[in-house]
Write a protein that binds this ligand. Structure first.
Ligand SMILES: NC(=O)c1ccc[n+]([C@@H]2O[C@H](COP(=O)([O-])OP(=O)(O)OC[C@H]3O[C@@H](n4cnc5c(N)ncnc54)[C@H](O)[C@@H]3O)[C@@H](O)[C@H]2O)c1
Length: 264
């Protein structure tokens, strides 16, 4: 039986992190060759991808998505080796500081926007140009977040993820005639993992009228805002990404899938 992503090459940013790792392994199990990109070494993800797919050896790259020249050099290096990614999971991200907007530090605001918006743009642009150069179709999934609706104490992160959705919709329109689909996923509370622990701890430590001041209370408050009354799993995010990158979604572009258990 032919695997659904056999013959495809998928580049994943944030590949050393929880969602990137889980999704990379899912794409590898489906037959894709993986290009794993992160600021830090994604060796663990590479090993798991090898176990999931012993046909296509993963490629590991380290670059900062905010560094346009480094991103372009990474794609040029792949092209020089005859590797063209036709699937992109544009997923590297940073939550930023947790504090009231009135106190939010400007430098961190810019850093969050730089990583979550400019970084996503840099990788999307280089990916699209590499594909256009060889005249091949492709698909992109950008990682947004349900914070796009305005999460308390997360001004920069919320603004950045709303921007990711807008960027997704414009890119989908601009690249439609090149047969490159562009969609996004918006996870809500996903766990277990670093981001869940970090946001519960930081919301508890940050005074607000929305959350209590101890982690157990904050965790309960967050879960009680979810109609399905649980956080989502990393695998549930990976499933949505897999669907949007595969030909199962061949007529879907400019769309955001909310992986949120009904939370809005
Ligand atoms: N986990 C959640 O609850 C959740 C919910 C909604 C959205 N998200 C989004 O999902 C994505 C992945 O998050 P995660 O939970 O796996 O977090 P994570 O912290 O485990 O992974 C993020 C990865 O991005 C990498 N990264 C950060 N800045 C980078 C840069 N400048 N250049 C290259 N790589 C960089 C990090 O090194 C890290 O490996 C992020 O965009 C995040 O905003 C996560």
């Amino acid at each position: 039986m032919t695997l659904p992503l056999a013959g495809r090459t998928a580049l994943v940013t944030g590949a050393a992190g929880d969602i990137g790792r889980t999704t990379a392994v899912r794409l590898a199990s489906s037959g894709a060759r993986l290009v794993l990109a992160d600021l830090v070494d994604a060796a663990e993800t590479a090993e798991l991808c090898r176990e999931a797919n012993d046909v296509a050896e993963p490629i590991s790259l380290q670059f900062d998505v905010t560094d346009e020249a480094a991103v372009e050099a990474a794609f040029d290096g792949l092209a020089a080796d005859g590797v063209v990614a036709d699937l992109l999971f544009n997923n590297a991200g940073y939550q930023g500081t947790f504090t009231n907007v009135a106190d939010y530090p400007s430098a961190d605001f810019r850093r969050v926007l730089d990583i979550n918006v400019t970084g996503v743009f840099n990788v999307l642009k280089s990916f699209a140009n590499a594909l256009i150069a060889v005249g091949r179709p492709g698909a992109v999934v950008n990682t947004a977040s349900m914070a796009h609706g305005g999460a308390p104490n997360m001004a920069a992160y919320s603004a950045s993820k709303a921007a990711v959705i807008a960027l997704t919709k414009t890119a989908a329109k601009d690249l439609a005639d090149k047969s490159i689909r562009v969609n996004s996923v918006s996870p809500a509370f996903i766990g277990p993992g670093m981001m869940w622990d970090r946001q519960v701890e930081l919301q508890a430590a940050t005074p607000s009228q929305y959350f209590g001041d101890d982690v157990e209370t904050v965790a309960e408050q967050m879960i009680s805002a979810v109609p399905m009354r649980r956080y989502g799993s990393l695998d549930e995010v990976a499933s949505a990404v897999h669907f949007l990158l595969s030909d199962e979604s061949s007529y879907i572009t400019a769309f955001d899938i909310e992986v949120s258990g009904g939370a809005v």
